[in-house]
Design a binder for this molecule. Structure first.
Ligand code: A3P
Length: 327
């Protein structure tokens, strides 16, 4: 019912417009909502997800802090779940971006209508950046795969991405002037970043995985890079579609890891595209090629000073102290 949905979104707009914008994180403005920093354009959408996302038990929800390897996880989960449907030579991931194969909840709820997700095939894979406390209780009826990444690398990746988006936007509108690195570092260190504080995000799902290991699988980017095949095996088991002995013998896991690798995906025409999702280059908030930068562990050394690295390490140590999670 379109009118009802429009009323719902209007009420969320009203709440959003009453909250002060507390920080600029180019090209976004961040609002503080339920202890989380949410880009203002995403707040009405977040509220819609909180009220109307109701996954089925077989569904799978992928969750990340931005720039923790979402694109990779989407590709791996999609390729694994649908491996009996598609052949490697004619695979959707060769012609469709991982983000179009596995949409963000934030995108599904962005059209000012409440989407009818229950008509999608079961299981369906969804993705979100929202922290656990902001998701409806019903998410624990489905299975959650959380992927985290080392904070210094995540910060560098996040800054680069936002800087690129800001420059692309300012080229078209002159509203933004990039994103100063030191300013971004200062904000990030204070916990101020989209969907942040970064550490609270990780701790929410980390603790969730300790309490309900059958419901929350906690993965780490660096460990996946070290041994992707064994992680893919665990991912498939958790998703309820384990690789058979024959598949393991025939190298199916290695094939899927190859298909989803940074080198393979980043060299496909569809992922090299600099045209944004709305088909315009000029105002591109984000184009497919923004999601593929280096894909390396430890690239922070090329961007952070020793002092910055030590500062972020100290904050991380303090925030994660006693949790059992460390970097
Ligand atoms: P870098 O900026 O360090 O290169 P997200 O997908 O969450 O937006 O995260 C983007 C980061 O993941 C970028 O990191 C990007 O290069 C990296 N990445 C993208 N695809 C990848 C893949 N297939 N394997 C490993 N890393 C990947």
């Amino acid at each position: 019912d379109n009118e009802r949905d429009e009323e719902i979104y209007k009420s969320y707009d009203n709440v959003t417009s009453q909250l002060p914008i507390l920080h600029h994180w180019p090209p976004f403005s961040l609002l503080h909502y339920q202890s989380c920093w949410i880009p203002n354009v995403l707040l009405p959408i977040t509220m819609a997800i909180q009220s109307y996302f109701n996954p089925r038990p077989a569904d799978i929800l992928l969750v990340t802090n931005p720039k923790s390897g979402t694109t990779w996880l989407k590709a791996l989960a999609f390729a694994t779940l649908h491996r009996h449907t598609y052949s490697l030579s004619d695979h959707p991931l060769l012609t469709t971006t991982p983000h179009d194969c596995v949409p963000f909840l934030e995108t599904l709820f962005s059209h000012r209508t409440i989407p009818h997700l229950n008509i999608l095939p079961s299981p369906t894979i969804f993705t979100t950046h929202l922290p656990l406390p902001l998701l409806p209780k019903s998410v624990l009826s489905c299975r959650i795969v959380y992927l985290c990444r080392e904070p210094k690398d995540t910060f560098v990746s996040l800054w680069s991405f936002n800087e690129r988006m800001s420059i692309s936007l300012s080229g078209a509108t002159n509203r933004n002037e990039g994103f100063e690195f030191n300013k971004a570092f200062q904000l990030f260190s204070q916990g101020i970043a989209p969907f942040g504080p970064f550490w609270d995000h990780e701790l929410g799902y980390w603790n969730g995985s300790l309490r309900r290991p059958e419901k929350v699988l906690f993965l780490r980017y660096e460990k996946m890079m070290e041994d992707p095949v064994n992680h893919l095996r665990r991912l498939a088991e958790f998703m309820g579609c384990p690789f058979s002995t024959e598949e393991q013998r025939d190298g199916v896991m290695e094939d899927l890891v190859g298909l989803c690798s940074f080198d393979k995906l980043s060299n496909l025409e569809v992922n090299k595209s600099a045209v944004n999702i709305d088909g315009e280059t000029s105002k591109a908030p984000m184009a497919p090629n923004y999601y593929f930068r280096k894909g390396k562990v430890g690239d922070w050394v090329n961007h952070l000073s020793i002092e910055m690295a030590e500062k972020l390490d100290a904050i991380t140590k303090e925030k994660l102290h006693g949790s059992g999670l460390s970097f």
